[in-house]
Write a protein that binds this ligand. Sequence first.
Ligand code: ADP
Ligand code: MG
Length: 139
Amino acid sequence: MTGKITFTMIKPSAFAAGHAGQILARIEEAGYRIIALKKVTLSLEQAGSFYEMHQGKPFYDELTAMMSSGPIVAAVLEKENAVEAFRTFIGATDPAKAAEGTIRKLYGKSLSENAVHGSDSDESAARESAFFFSSLEMF
Ligand code: ADP
Ligand code: MG
């Protein structure tokens, strides 16, 4: 049995390009209900903490620098089988390999500037949602 919740971020490059509204509209059109939503700029330390599971990987410094380079939009989303469905919806990590019509294909520029984040498990979705939102902010 899989959960109904996933967590997403619109990454700084997509926000800076003015795509936040379009991406949120596509998410809603795809049947996700927005449970929580905010715009925030992460410090390098906060980005490092969010992506702590990637510490030591070759792309960690580039990833955390990029994620703290400007405003992001963080959101908690609800739908049946949310984690798996959303990862299919956003497409492969590398926008060049993402399927036609996916968010990363449409709005991604490169591996690190791939437009959006999507949780990889129910456990990650819970952890990542709690990283940005209190229980009072999710409903
Ligand atoms: P995903 O976001 O698809 O779950 P990962 O969790 O593996 O992918 O990686 C987290 C983020 O790190 C990716 O969304 C991407 O922006 C970045 N990233 C992953 N691999 C690379 C890489 N080889 N070079 C640069 N950035 C990368
Ligand atoms: Mg991941």
